[in-house]
Design a binder for this molecule. Structure first.
Ligand code: FAD
Length: 379
C-alpha cells in the first residue's frame, strides 16, 4: 500500500511518484530471483543513476538532485521497501560522496564530484577492518608518506559493494592515535588494491560485501581528502548522514513487512473469521503500524534538523536506534502473522526478517548509537 506522505513540495511528490514507478517496474520484478540466486543485478545502479536517484541530497551545481535530506530519505525508504540490498548500496554511495563534498578542495570537487554525483559511477566506504569495527580509531591500515603521495598497506573489511564500486573512501593511518588517521578517495583500478571473495551473509545477498587488500598501493597526494589527521572527523561526519539512510532503509523494510502482514491477515481465516478480526492479532498489527509510523517520524525529524543546518548527530543516532529496532520487531512479528507460511521462503517476510538484522549492526551497532546518545546527555 502506498504510504500517505506529507511532502514539502510538488516536486518532492513527483519525485516520490517517479521512485515508486522505477521501484515497481525495475526492482520488484527481479528482487526475488537475485536474492535467492545471490547474483548481482547488473545495470540496476545505472538505471537508478539515469533516473537521478543516486545523488539526490547533493547540490545541483555539482550534478546532484538538490533535494532536502527529508525527501532523499523517503525516496530511499521506497527503494528499500522493494529491495533492501539495493537501498543500502544507494545509501552507502551517498555516504561515500560526503567526504569530498564537505571536506574536498574546490579543485578536487571540480575534478571528481560531477562524475561521482552524475550517476555514472558508484562509491563505497571503507572504514572497518577485521580487528577494528566499533572501535574505528584502532584501525591499522597504514598510509606511509612517500614522494608525491602515500604507499598504502593493510586490510579493510566488510565493504558494501566491494570489488564492484568505482571509488572507495579509504581511512588509513598516517600517524599515531585518533588524530593520526587520514581520508583518501581511491579508484578501484589502483595497482596494489585487490578484493576478497564476497562474505556469505544472512541477507542482502544481491550486493556483495568484501574485504580489500592494499599491497604497496600508491595513492597520490591529490587524492587525500581534508588535512592529514582529519580522517576520523571526516568518517564520523559522513556517518551522521549515513545513519539516517540506514534508518530510512529500516523503515522501508518494516513498512513492506507490515503491508504483507495486513494483506495476509485479510485473506487468512481461522475459527470462522478473518484472522485480522481476532483482536489479539489486530492489536499485534496495530503495534506494528505504530512502530513503523513512529520510526519514520524520528528520521524525518532528524533530517529536518539537518536540512535546517542545526546539529543533528544525537537525533541521527536516535533515528537509527529506533528505526532499526522497530524493523527487527516488525519483521519478526510479520513472520508471526503469517504463521508457518511466514517461516518459509515462499513469502517475503522471511527475507525481510533476515535483512532487518543487519540494520542493527552496520554504520555503528545500536550499542554504539546508545553510546553517542548517552554522551550527548552527559554533555
Ligand atoms: C553486511 C555488512 C555490511 C557492512 N558494510 C560496511 C561498509 O560498507 N563500510 C564499513 O566501513 N563497514 C561496513 N560494515 C562493518 C560494520 O560497520 C561493523 O560490522 C560494525 O561497525 C561492528 O563492528 P564489528 O563487526 O567489528 O563488531 P565489534 O566492534 O567487535 O562489536 C562486537 C559487539 O560488541 C559491542 N560493542 C563494541 N564496543 C562496545 C561498547 N563500547 N559498548 C557496548 N558495546 C560494545 C558491539 O555493539 C557488538 O555487539 C558492514 C558490516 C556488515 C555485516
Amino acid at each position: 500500500m502506498a504510504v500517505d506522505r506529507l511532502l514539502p513540495t510538488d516536486e518532492a511528490r513527483d519525485l516520490l511518484g517517479l521512485t515508486r514507478d522505477v521501484a515497481d517496474k525495475v526492482l520488484a520484478p527481479i528482487v526475488d530471483q537475485h536474492e535467492k540466486a545471490e547474483t548481482y543485478p547488473e545495470g540496476v545502479f545505472a538505471t537508478l543513476g539515469e533516473a537521478g536517484l543516486l545523488s539526490l541530497p547533493y547540490p545541483e551545481e555539482w550534478g546532484g538532485g538538490g533535494q532536502p535530506y527529508e525527501v532523499y530519505l523517503q525516496v530511499l525508504e521506497e527503494i528499500a521497501a522493494r529491495w533492501a540490498a539495493v537501498a543500502v548500496a544507494v545509501s552507502v554511495h551517498s555516504l561515500s560522496c560526503h567526504p569530498l563534498m564537505a571536506f574536498g578542495t574546490e579543485e578536487q570537487k571540480q575534478r571528481w564530484l560531477p562524475e561521482m554525483l552524475g550517476g555514472a559511477t558508484v562509491g563505497a566506504y571503507s572504514l572497518s577492518e577485521p580487528q577494528a569495527g566499533s572501535d574505528a580509531a584502532a584501525l591499522a591500515c597504514k598510509a606511509t608518506a612517500v614522494d608525491g603521495g602515500y604507499r598504502v598497506n593493510g586490510a579493510k573489511a566488510w565493504i558494501t559493494h566491494g570489488g564492484i564500486a568505482d571509488f572507495y573512501n579509504l581511512f588509513a593511518r598516517t600517524g599515531e592515535g585518533s588524530k593520526g588517521i587520514s581520508c583518501f578517495l581511491v579508484p578501484r583500478d589502483t595497482p596494489g588494491l585487490s578484493f576478497g571473495k564476497p562474505e556469505e551473509k544472512m541477507g542482502l545477498h544481491a550486493v556483495p560485501t568484501t574485504s580489500a587488500h592494499y599491497d604497496d598501493a600508491f595513492v597520490p597526494d591529490e587524492r587525500r581528502i581534508g588535512t592529514e589527521g582529519q580522517g576520523l572527523q571526516i568518517a564520523f561526519s559522513a556517518l551522521d548522514s549515513g545513519r539516517l539512510g540506514i534508518a530510512a532503509v529500516a523503515v522501508g523494510l518494516a513498512q513492506a513487512a507490515l503491508d504483507e502482514a495486513v494483506a495476509y491477515a485479510h485473506e487468512r481465516t481461522a475459527f470462522g473469521r478473518k484472522i485480522i478480526d481476532h483482536q489479539g492479532l489486530g492489536f499485534l498489527l496495530a503495534d506494528m503500524a505504530a512502530a513503523v509510523d513512529s520510526a519514520r517520524a524520528t528520521y524525518i525529524d532528524a533530517a529536518r534538523r539537518r536540512d535546517a543546518g542545526l546539529p543533528y548527530s544525537r537525533n541521527a543516532s536516535v533515528a537509527k536506534l529506533v528505526a532499526t529496532d522497530a524493523a527487527m520487531k516488525v519483521t519478526t512479528d510479520a513472520v508471526q502473522v503469517l504463521g508457518g507460511y511466514g517461516y518459509t521462503r515462499d513469502f517475503r517476510v522471511e527475507r525481510y526478517m533476515r535483512e532487518a538484522k543487519i540494520t542493527q549492526i552496520f554504520e555503528g551497532t545500536n550499542q554504539i548509537q546508545r553510546l553517542v546518545i548517552s554522551r550527548h546527555l552527559a554533555g
